[in-house]
Design a protein around this ligand. Structure first.
Ligand code: NAD
Length: 430
């Protein structure tokens, strides 16, 4: 168990270049708690995960060598429903990262008012070092190690960095074989042919676009005159950019890990391939100008969407950001210190737990489809996602207006109030 690791995190630590997801998540919780009238004991409980599983996952490599990898599953809180969150395969996966990310999942599900709590897990491994066969063996063994703590009513994993729909299919198959019954609801993000939902893949990017569109309207701008820069042209970034482009915005810059392309007159986003679609295509695209990823963040645009990795907006560059609005596509792209600078500068930041929550929302739709054994059409998924995003947006907007707080504080107020009220109502036993 890794609780002791999380206890060691110092909330007053100030080195933000190494700010862990757990440190950021705890700072955000502490700040949110000052805005709401909730029992301090409940807040104390929410600083800690309910459980953290740490498992050894033996893997037989294709050459016959045996390697023992370490896997985790952090379960933060399930007061409102089963734990929910991704499984990532990445060399830097560790207990604290999983705990911090699982806390964000608790808030994300609560902001969206879906009946799930927060979970996150993964294996410390470089996914590029795995053949398909190795990845399948690793995933099946990981599913076996986690079998007692996951399940449609307990904890429902999903794809994350380094994992995909196929990984979820193996996980679901391994779990189902041991249960003796096909159990599609044990994971989401599966291929539609085995109970996955249409529209799940593009959902986080689509929700980023929906929330950006609402924010543009809220600030009384015209979407046709709005310029947008998107860092990271992967699943989230490309889907967000293409939807905004379709709705009339000028997407003037996008990037992948190799760099950014820039056209002040707007890019044709359908013509730009994402890094995953064709590596090197973003930076290799024939655009009038190029920029580095760092320069993209400081472009003179109306909206900046960081949709690649965490901690890219820091105290070092927050003063140089020229955008009038930041919408977080990635999880945790803004450090706590950068957030404070943006607040002082009057630049609104719409947080990840609202903006990219379309992913977990369509995961919830998938879980409902699995339980009911009935598939929804893509149109229905889009309509229901739109409606859920607007409800969440309106709940958060009301807090912004009534309390004159930032968008992040408002989203936390909505989420924490829902989670804390559920905890107070259920009480503590024994
Ligand atoms: P992805 O792998 O599909 O795309 C990531 C993109 O970022 C690629 O274009 C890649 O080239 C680029 N990139 C990678 N490292 C970079 C760096 N250091 N600087 C600039 N660009 C870099 O990933 P994704 O699924 O789009 O996820 C992006 C972010 O959104 C992550 O923070 C993820 O946690 C978050 N997110 C993803 C989902 C989802 O379901 N896919 C849901 C919610 C949040």
């Amino acid at each position: 168990m890794a609780q002791t690791t999380s206890e060691s995190v110092d909330e007053t630590e100030t080195n933000e270049t190494t700010e862990s997801a757990l440190t950021t998540a705890r700072r955000q919780l502490k700040r949110a708690a000052t805005h709401v009238d909730v029992d301090s004991g409940v807040v104390e409980r929410l600083k800690h995960p309910t459980k953290v599983q740490r498992v050894s996952v033996p893997l037989k490599r294709d050459d016959g060598e045996l390697e023992v990898l370490t896997g985790y599953r952090a379960q933060h809180d399930d007061v409102r429903g089963p734990y929910k969150g991704g499984l990532r395969y990445h060399p830097e996966v560790n207990a604290d990262e999983c705990i911090g990310l699982s806390m964000w999942m608790t808030w994300k599900c609560a902001v969206m008012d879906i009946p799930f709590g927060g979970g996150k897990g993964g294996i410390a491994v470089d996914p590029k070092s795995l053949s398909d066969e190795e990845k399948e063996r690793l995933t099946r063994r990981f599913a076996e190690e986690l079998r007692d703590v996951v399940g449609p009513k307990q904890d429902v994993p999903a794809p994350d960095m380094g994992t995909d729909a196929q990984t979820m299919a193996w996980f679901m198959d391994a779990y189902s074989m041991q249960r003796g019954e096909t159990t599609p609801g044990v994971v989401t993000g599966k291929p539609p042919v085995i109970g996955g939902s249409y529209g799940r893949e593009e959902a986080p990017g689509r929700s980023v676009a929906i929330i950006t569109r609402e924010a543009i309207e809220y600030y009384d701008w015209d979407i046709e005159d709005t310029t947008v820069a998107v860092q990271g042209y992967g699943s989230v970034g490309a889907n967000a950019a293409r939807a905004l482009d379709e709705w009339g915005a000028d997407v003037v810059a996008v990037s992948d890990v190799d760099g950014a392309i820039y056209d002040p007159n707007g890019l044709d986003t359908k013509d730009v391939m994402g890094h995953e679609e064709r590596p090197g295509m973003v930076s290799g695209y024939d655009a009038p100008e190029t920029r580095s990823n760092e320069e993209l963040l400081e472009l003179d645009v109306d909206v900046l969407v960081p949709a690649a990795v965490g901690n890219v907006l820091t105290a070092d560059n927050a003063d140089d950001v020229q955008a009038n609005l930041v919408v977080e596509g990635a999880n945790g792209p803004t450090t706590f210190a950068a957030d404070t600078i943006f607040e002082e500068r009057g630049i609104p930041v719409v947080p990840d737990i609202l903006a990219n929550a379309g992913g977990v929302t369509v995961s919830y739709f998938e879980w409902l489809q699995d339980i009911n054994r009935r598939q929804w059409s893509l149109d229905r998924v889009h309509d229901e996602l739109e409606s859920e995003m607007l409800q969440a947006w309106n709940a958060v907007r009301k807090e912004v207006e009534n309390r004159d707080v930032t968008w992040r504080d408002a989203a936390y107020i909505v989420a924490l109030t829902r989670v804390a009220t559920a905890k107070e109502t259920r009480g503590l036993w024994p």
